[in-house]
Unconditional design. Structure first.
Ligand SMILES: Cc1cc2nc3c(=O)[nH]c(=O)nc-3n(C[C@H](O)[C@H](O)[C@H](O)COP(=O)(O)O)c2cc1C
Length: 207
C-alpha cells in the first residue's frame, strides 16, 4: 500500500466544539463533511483520546466552524494541540453561543453549523458522529483554509490524534516536543519561537 496516495485527498480545516454542564471543549478537525442533503447531515471523526469526544457524547450536540486562510497559528495551536480538559481554549478569542449554548470561535471563520448527534460509529481509535444540522450561517466570504494550504503554505503539522496523521520520514533539523513542528535547518536561532504552539528553543530537540 502506498500511503502517499492518501495525500491526494483534499480536506478543509474546522473547529468542532461542544459543552456539557460547566465543561467547554473544542478541537481542530479536518474530517467534517456533509453526508446527506435532505435533511442535511454531516459526519465528523473524533479521537477517543480527545476531551471533545467525551463532551459530545455527554451532551449529544456539537457545533462546527470553517477556518479561513486568515486563521492564526495561535488559534490552531490552541485548539489542535492542547486539551480542553486542562485549558480554557476559548479565553483568548472572540466567541458566540449557538442555540444549544455551545461556544464557537468567530475569529476568521467562514461559516458555522449546529448539530444534534443522531448516530455514531465506533472506528476503534476514533468515533464518527453523525449530526443533523439545526442551524447554519455564513460568517464571512474570505477564502477557506484547506488542509494542503495548512501543510504546504503555513507549514503546519498534524498531531497523532488526527485520523489523517502520517509518520514523517526521518529528516535532520529541530522538532518541537510540544506540537511536533519541524524546523528544517542545521541551526536554531536562540530567540526562535515555535510558529504553532509559541514555545521557545528549550522545547526543541535536535534530530
Ligand atoms: C490539522 C489538524 C487536523 C486535525 N484533525 C483531527 C480530526 O479530524 N479528528 C480528531 O480527533 N483530531 C484531529 N486533530 C487533533 C485534535 O485537534 C487535537 O488532538 C486536540 O488537541 C484535541 O483537543 P481536545 O482534547 O480538547 O478535544 C487535528 C489537529 C490538527 C492540527
Amino acid at each position: 500500500m502506498d500511503i502517499k496516495a492518501f495525500f491526494k485527498l483534499s480536506y478543509g480545516l474546522y473547529i468542532v466544539s461542544s459543552s456539557y454542564k460547566s465543561n467547554q471543549s473544542g478541537c481542530v478537525v479536518n474530517t467534517l463533511s456533509q453526508v446527506t442533503a435532505d435533511p442535511p447531515k454531516f459526519s465528523v471523526t473524533i479521537s477517543k483520546n480527545s476531551f471533545t469526544k467525551k463532551i459530545i457524547e455527554k451532551s449529544g450536540y456539537f457545533t462546527a466552524t470553517v477556518l479561513t486562510k486568515k486563521a492564526t497559528m495561535d488559534l490552531i495551536g490552541e485548539f489542535g494541540f492542547k486539551s480542553s480538559e486542562s485549558t480554557d481554549k476559548f479565553l483568548k478569542f472572540n466567541t458566540k453561543l449557538d442555540e444549544n449554548n455551545i461556544k464557537y470561535v468567530t475569529n476568521h471563520m467562514a461559516s458555522r453549523y449546529s448539530f444534534k448527534v443522531i448516530d455514531s460509529l465506533d472506528l476503534e481509535t476514533h468515533i464518527m458522529f453523525i449530526g443533523k444540522v439545526l442551524e447554519a450561517e455564513i460568517l464571512n466570504n474570505d477564502d477557506v483554509m484547506t488542509y494542503s494550504y495548512y501543510h504546504n503554505v503555513i507549514k503546519g503539522s498534524t498531531p497523532k490524534n488526527a485520523p489523517s496523521y502520517q509518520k514523517e520520514p526521518a529528516k535532520k533539523g529541530y522538532i518541537c516536543t510540544v506540537c511536533g513542528y519541524f524546523l528544517d535547518s542545521d541551526k536554531i536561532p536562540d530567540d526562535f519561537i515555535c510558529p504553532i504552539c509559541k514555545q521557545g528553543t528549550d522545547k526543541f530537540k535536535k534530530i
